[in-house]
Write a protein that binds this ligand. Structure first.
Ligand SMILES: Cc1cc2nc3c(=O)[nH]c(=O)nc-3n(C[C@H](O)[C@H](O)[C@H](O)COP(=O)(O)O)c2cc1C
Length: 342
């Protein structure tokens, strides 16, 4: 695959994310301020804990999605194949990275072709909302979904990232109205996600009538995409305040859950342990998504991704066991304690 500005930028994104330099430094997810009840006498057997669920009509062995990462760069095909094999083996879901490159450069399509490796997995395609204001519509969403055999499409919104990116999309005016025109025309479910700076309760309310199947709050505290762009563009952080900006994932989740009580929610952005996942599920998420922590394993092998995800799955089961939640319905009933000073 010959490098063009878009495929080259994606390669640089991968390098910066792999280096670990793009993590938020000052801002945290806020999950550290929540605690699940610790039960010294849980009256449950660890082996009987049931983490199974369904999301967007597909069965999952645990409420965990591999976060949207990549496609189009030279390593993307390998990464996506390893992620897909791991999702299939573990019964988890997979969100693909932005497919814009695939629609614009058909020779990159093979890097997204993972359905054969994950025939049963919940597979979610990806495009940017900014593209909906630049000529993309129902036809492009349907084409992207069909090209990869996805069960659903995610639309990412990333104004801070775009504003810092060289040549980024700066026009977002009219975006909610455009979502209202496009989403109802799609034949499959459509999700709206941020990329690590968070959806607020007010933003969630603004898209309440659009017909979205779920929201992924993708909050701050994990990977800062503003920082990724600064590091790719300048080799250093030039906007130290902007790159640390965003709504902490736990705050975003609590706000969006309160704003839209019936909306299925994905919690992502800095989910770094099964205990983080358990707290997110107790705070109202249906599933969590994990991106950057799987990247190094994804370059290595499907087995390495499986091992990384098995840690999350085991930690989640332990968190449920010791907080007295036999299944995800019981976990949703658990009320975490909150210490704003922690
Ligand atoms: C290497 C990499 C590439 C990403 N590419 C995309 C993308 O194409 N589309 C998207 O919606 N999000 C993308 N993201 C954002 C993630 O889906 C996620 O929202 C964000 O990284 C926060 O999660 P984390 O803290 O677990 O990494 C990417 C993340 C990483 C690490």
């Amino acid at each position: 695959m010959s490098a063009t500005p878009i495929t080259e930028r994606k390669g640089l994104h991968l390098d910066v994310c792999l280096s670990g330099a793009a993590a938020f430094e000052r801002r945290t997810t806020g999950f550290e301020r929540y605690d699940l009840p610790y039960l010294a006498l849980p009256e449950l057997d660890l082996g009987a804990i049931d983490t199974s669920t369904t999301f967007l009509g597909k069965s999952l062995a645990a409420p965990i999605l591999i976060g949207a990462m990549t496609g189009g760069s030279s390593h993307a095909g390998l990464i996506n194949r390893h992620l897909a094999e791991a999702a299939q083996r573990l019964g988890l879901g997979l969100m693909l990275g932005s497919q814009r490159v695939m629609l614009e450069r058909p020779e990159t399509r093979s890097s997204f072709a993972v359905r054969a490796l994950a025939p049963d997995a919940l597979l979610i395609g990806n495009l940017g909302v900014a593209q909906l204001l630049r000529g993309y519509g129902v036809a492009e969403l349907e084409a992207a979904r069909e090209a990869v055999g996805a069960d659903a499409m995610a639309l990412h919104t990333n104004p801070l990232q775009e504003a810092l990116q060289q040549g980024g999309d700066e026009g977002f005016a009219g975006v909610v109205e455009r979502l209202g025109e496009v989403v109802p025309g799609c034949s499959g479910p459509v999700i709206l996600k941020e990329v690590g700076h968070g959806l607020s309760g007010a933003v969630a309310r603004s898209v309440a009538a659009v017909g979205l199947a779920a929201l992924d709050v993708a909050g701050a505290g994990g990977t800062s995409w503003a920082k990724v762009e600064d590091l790719v563009r300048y080799g250093e952080v030039r906007h130290p305040d902007l790159v640390e900006w965003g709504i902490p994932t736990a705050t975003a989740l609590v706000e969006v859950r309160a704003a839209l009580p019936a909306m299925p929610l994905v919690a992502s952005g800095g989910i770094r342990s099964g205990l983080d996942a358990a707290k997110a599920l107790a705070l109202g998420a249906q599933v969590v998504a994990i991106a950057q922590p799987l990247l190094a394993s994804a370059l290595e092998s499907a087995e390495a991704v499986v091992a990384a995800l098995e840690r999350y799955m085991r930690e989640l089961r332990i968190a449920m066991f010791v907080s007295g939640a036999a299944d995800l319905r019981a976990l949703a009933e658990v009320t975490p304690s909150h210490d704003p000073r922690a």
